[in-house]
Design a protein around this ligand. Sequence first.
Ligand SMILES: *Cc1c(COP(=O)(O)O)cnc(C)c1O
Length: 417
Amino acid sequence: MSNTQTAAEPLPFGGGWEGAFRADFPILSRTVHGHPLIYLDNGATTQKPRCVIDAMTDEYLNVNANVHRGVHYLSQQATDLHEAARETIRRFINARSTAEIVFTRGTTESINLVAATFGQACMQDGDEVILTAMEHHSNIVPWQLLQARTRIIIKVCPITDDGRLDLEALQQLFTPRTRLLSLTAVSNVLGTVNPIRDIIRMAHAHDVPVLIDAAQAAPHLPLDVQDLDCDFLAFSGHKIYGPTGIGVLYGKEAWLDRLPPYMGGGEMIGKVTFEHTTFNELPYKFEAGTPDYVATTGLARALDYVTAIGLDNIQQHEQALTSYAREQLSQVPGIRFFGPSDDAVISFLVGDIHHLDLGTLLDQLGIAVRTGHHCAEPLMHRLGVEGTVRASFALYNTREEVDALVAGILRIQKMFR
Ligand SMILES: *Cc1c(COP(=O)(O)O)cnc(C)c1O
């Protein structure tokens, strides 16, 4: 493929690291309302490096053909790229086999897939699933949809006032009817990094499998599914510098084998001409229809990019930036923080300025932040607020941008005095 872009050698934070990779992201040089763009909405989606855009453009320009279906050259080349992407993803999360890597449209579809198929195969009326008070709607509503078919019981692990899971309360929620624990590794609102390794061990001690929502974790922390020993794990391409519309469901092979297809898979399998005779039932059983094979290439390129920089380096940079931001934002009179902001996410409110007003006025200064309930309305109820302002960071954000955010908030605050 053309335009291979190699990330520079990682440099220590505070040295040349800051801003070192900004040039890889073309969009970061644009202006918004006459100001340089300061993009602090990475929890919602990240920007894409040129290498991802180029890999996808290159595939459309030079390779495009449907995968797994043709004997012709382009189809085989497209299939090779698609399956190489699956291998890149397997390596990225250290799954045992590519049979355990299912392509979906994103975290939401991955969780819906598990809720529907696990619900069908493994849950009966009166069985229980445990969620937590800090889940994204995409890890709440699929279970409620399942409830319409099977009268399962949803139990919710509470959080403490400082925005952490109450692990003692969690321990008490397990019963002989508990069939699954499904929780986020990192809160998209509070920035809490949950101790998922310990939690998985706790659940397994009760013989309960665990689904990890890694939508927020994957871009910020190294994940090793074998070390974690999670049973399922979901993440989205667009939050980790990859394209939108593509995501991953990891499942242990034994579990995926047990689950029925999600969408018209059987029929699809009957019709497909497998030129590569090595195809097994998994993971294709869960991949009905033409996949977004260009997006899978883009996602693989994004993971290569992240790996070249090093997730450890990215994590170090983002955590230092997050602490710096918490410190600097503390100067703002009347600011209230929500959650511990362990990693890359800071939620706050300033005095009685409405979150929407603050977000709209920051936008006028070219600063993109998120406002509202962040797809976590039950958590907002728990926090006793209608919404918050959220700044969320990525590998390309800098302390200069944090300074601009703080200056912007102070300026807006004066308007309300
Ligand atoms: C963004 C997000 C999701 C949903 O991801 P999609 O890409 O919209 O499917 C789920 N959980 C968390 C924690 C998220 O941040």
